[in-house]
Ligand binder design. Sequence first.
Ligand SMILES: O=c1nc2n(C[C@H](O)[C@H](O)[C@H](O)CO)c3cc(O)ccc3cc-2c(=O)[nH]1
Ligand SMILES: C[C@H]1O[C@@H](n2cnc3c(N)ncnc32)[C@H](O)[C@@H]1O
Ligand code: SF4
Length: 330
Amino acid sequence: MPEFVTFSRNVFIPVTNICRNRCGYCTFRRDPEHPEARLMSVEEIIPILKNGKEAGCTEALFVFGEYAEEVPEYKKELKEMGYDSTIEYVTELCELAIERGLLPHTNAGILSRHELEMLKPLNISMGLMLETTAELKAHSESPGKAPSKRIEMIRTAGELQIPFTTGILVGIGEREEDRKNSLEAIADIHREFGHIQEVIIQNFMPKPDTPMADQAPPKKEEMVQAVSLAREILPDDVTVQVAPNLIEPRILIENGASDLGGISPTTIDWINPEAEWPGVVELQEMTGEIPLIERLPIYPQYIKKGWYSDKLSSLITELTDKNGFKRKQQ
Ligand SMILES: O=c1nc2n(C[C@H](O)[C@H](O)[C@H](O)CO)c3cc(O)ccc3cc-2c(=O)[nH]1
Ligand SMILES: C[C@H]1O[C@@H](n2cnc3c(N)ncnc32)[C@H](O)[C@@H]1O
Ligand code: SF4
């Protein structure tokens, strides 16, 4: 049993749902001609940041479809907003978040070394799910889900000393052996670079009107097994995260999970919009006698190592307590 369980408070900003990939399980993505295809403007994003800060959030989670720039309609819209590239826009959004007292965590899918270098000074941590090392039908129309590409980017983030969140998606057609391989790949990368702060063991949630709508979600026992396997394979300084809006976490905590990820008091989970966030009181009920501690989107050991830029240091000082967790508000 862990000594304590952690979570963070974030605002989820789905910057664009235009995406070059077509994952079989995803409802976040929209075709460019779809009426709900969008690229959020600065004017839309600012009030979300403000509300989040007022509600006590510490993290701005920026999520994107992958390389939307490969879609001409999107490129045109971006240009009309005054930006030459997505990455230029993301840096601007990160600045806006920092100015309003929130620490940026960007998950934009695959990014190049140059793009990661641009984002490092403005992000307290970044994320990319490995998903799986197996070649699966779910990813047959998603060039960006090629395991080699994902591994390469996670390694590059390590070379750049970016505190990193990755993970596996469970129940998308992979075998137990594949989960083992995926977790071993993550463990190897961490042993080389030391930057993986957490690994999400995310259960696939079937969504209507997707190619995988009729595929059953993973059974509870499979999730228990995947979490145990993760705890066994990953080095001790890598935390195992599960999503409390997607699965009842207690038994997973008993088997090696000790983080419940970002929950949001003001925004929905745009990837799993049907799954409402539990509140902090509910989280404490889920964890029972185990103390629940609010963390920041950077784990204490990376604060100690100073793996963040000068741009973020005053915010870190403002938000952390002496142990590197979230400072209690007066
Ligand atoms: O609300 C969500 N947050 C998701 N998050 C947010 C995450 O829980 C927190 O941002 C991190 O724990 C950092 O505090 C992700 C972050 C990543 O880097 C990679 C994948 C995810 C996946 C989700 C998700 O499905 N839903
Ligand atoms: C941000 C992360 O969200 C996850 N993701 C995308 N679609 C689903 C789904 N239907 N169920 C669970 N997780 C999903 C993927 O792992 C992606 O990388
Ligand atoms: S999961 Fe990410 S990469 Fe896959 S289709 Fe959805 S938005 Fe695109």
